[in-house]
Structures are given as C-alpha cells and as structure tokens.
Write a protein that binds this ligand. Structure first.
Ligand SMILES: [Zn+2]
Length: 282
C-alpha cells in the first residue's frame, strides 16, 4: 500500500490554484501528519500551495515546526504559546522562546492570544502570556500571529496599548463580526481567513463582511488538520484538512468578494510575502 492509498485525496478534491498561494496557518506538526508528511507536501506543491507557515502552539511544537522548516524549502515557522496553554508560561519558557525567535526560519511570534470561548487557561493567565509575547515581538521585530476567540474587545484594548512598540499583526482564523473586524482594521491589523466561511451554518455572517477587508490586509490559511471546508465537492475519508485544499477556500472567499481566484491568490500571496518578510534565500 502506498502512502497515497493510505490517505487518498480523491481526484474530485484536487484543485490547482491559478497562482501560487501561501498557507499562513498549517499545523503540520500535528500527529495526524506524522506518517505521510512528504505526500502531503507533494500534493500541496501540485495545488500551487508551495509556501507554508507552520504554526507553533507551545514549546515542543514550535521547536518541531522550526526543525521541519529547516528540512524543506518553502516552509517557515512561528514560535509561541497558544492561549489554551497559557498557564504554562514562565521565565524559562520566555528565554527558550526568545532564542527560537532568532532562528532565520521563524517568521512570526505566536500563535498567542486570547480565547475566552473555552478558557482552558484562565483569562488572567492568558493575558500574562500574551503580554510577555507582545514584549518578545517588540524585541525581535517579528510580526505577531494572534489567536482570538470571543475576546475581541479586550484584544483590541491590549493591541491599542502596544501598537507603537510592535510591528505587523495578523489575527488568524478570523470569525467575529463586522464591528470587531473594523476595530482590527483601524489598528492596522491583518486578517487571516480559513474555510470557516465555507460553512453555511456558522460562516454566513463572514460572507457579508469579507469584502470589507482590503486586499493588502488579507491572507488565507487552512488551519489544518482542523476546519475542513464544507464546500468540498466530495467526501474525504478521515476528514483531515491539508494545505492542498487551500484553493477551495480561496475559491469561496473570491466568490463572496466578487473577484477572481487569480486576483485573490495574487493579492494574498503578495501580502503574505511582505507580512512575513519571506525571501527565497531562506
Ligand atoms: Zn488559532
């Protein structure tokens, strides 16, 4: 049995983007990718998704993401602590994260932020870890890769306070409302969109506001293996999302923005390359 047989992407799900894409949020250190990562990367290449930012969500996964990025061209990493794990933040982790941020393959501080939806760490612990990582972003001159769920007003207050010290910021997997969106845009924040708006049930409101995001502030991501888009024309065994499926998300976003897939692909890729300061040398 080949790897493709073990985890097939049916022909009906193979869609090649008309222009190169950057997946700014791929959790490729997730255990579900351990067995067939090379095949996953090949399929991503074939779909014109050759540049991936691997999300670091804690110390171990950040280190793994950096190691993976060193093994493959076109892969980069973020390094940070997710708000779910914020209770683990301490001085030794801060020192280790600071060292990781000096690695040339690390292109952002994060994933960090606030998640008041689930509160796996207390809000106070989340704010403490976020503030510390805002400080690391300020010190390193790296952009910030933020996670925010049900915490828009507090996040905006904190960002407002830090705005002059930190550089570029993206709120990844944006799912909130128009007021929150415009609050972020007013703070010069970039927006990362996943396949959330491919979901008729819970992404409906996003379809109405996605056109408000200026092209130079918009980037796209799978957040794989999570958030498999619901607009796929065939069933996927195992329901594991992967970077090769990003063109389906771009197709949906382009539709609701009233622009071509090629235009959206070109714009989001230019924005991502500028945001993460990607150069071909790394
Ligand atoms: Zn997230």
């Amino acid at each position: 049995m080949t790897q493709d047989d073990a985890n097939p992407l049916p022909d009906a799900l193979r869609l090649t983007s008309p222009a190169p894409l950057v997946d700014i949020g791929a959790n490729l250190t997730h255990e579900s990718f351990a067995k067939d990562l090379d095949a996953v990367l090949e399929r991503a290449h074939a779909a014109q998704v050759a540049t991936l930012i691997l999300t670091g969500t804690d110390m171990a996964h950040s280190e793994q993401a950096v190691a993976l990025a060193h093994r493959h061209d076109g892969l980069y990493a973020t390094a940070g602590l997710h708000p779910h794990m914020a209770s683990h933040w301490d001085a030794s982790m801060e020192t280790a994260m600071r060292a990781l941020h000096a690695d040339p393959k690390v292109v952002a501080v994060g994933e960090c932020g606030l998640d008041f939806n689930r509160n796996f760490s207390t809000p106070a612990e989340q704010e403490r870890a976020l503030e510390a990582q805002l400080g690391l972003a300020a010190d390193s001159d790296l952009p910030l890769f933020l996670h925010e769920r049900d915490a828009g007003p507090r996040m905006r207050e904190i960002l407002h306070h830090w705005r002059d010290e930190i550089g570029a910021v993206v709120v990844h997997c944006f799912t909130a409302d128009r007021e929150t969106l415009h609050g972020y845009l007013d703070l010069d924040v970039h927006i990362g969109l996943t396949g959330w708006l491919c979901d008729e049930r819970r992404g409906h409101h996003l379809r109405e506001i996605v056109g408000d995001i200026p092209a130079e502030r918009l980037m796209v991501e799978t957040d794989c293996p999570y958030l498999l888009p619901r607009n796929l024309p065939a069933k996927l065994k195992g329901r594991r999302h992967e970077p090769a499926l990003l063109p389906w998300i771009v197709r949906e976003i382009a539709h609701w923005r009233g622009e071509s897939e090629a235009t959206l692909a070109g714009a989001t890729t230019a924005t991502a390359r500028r945001f993460f300061q990607l150069d071909e040398e790394q």
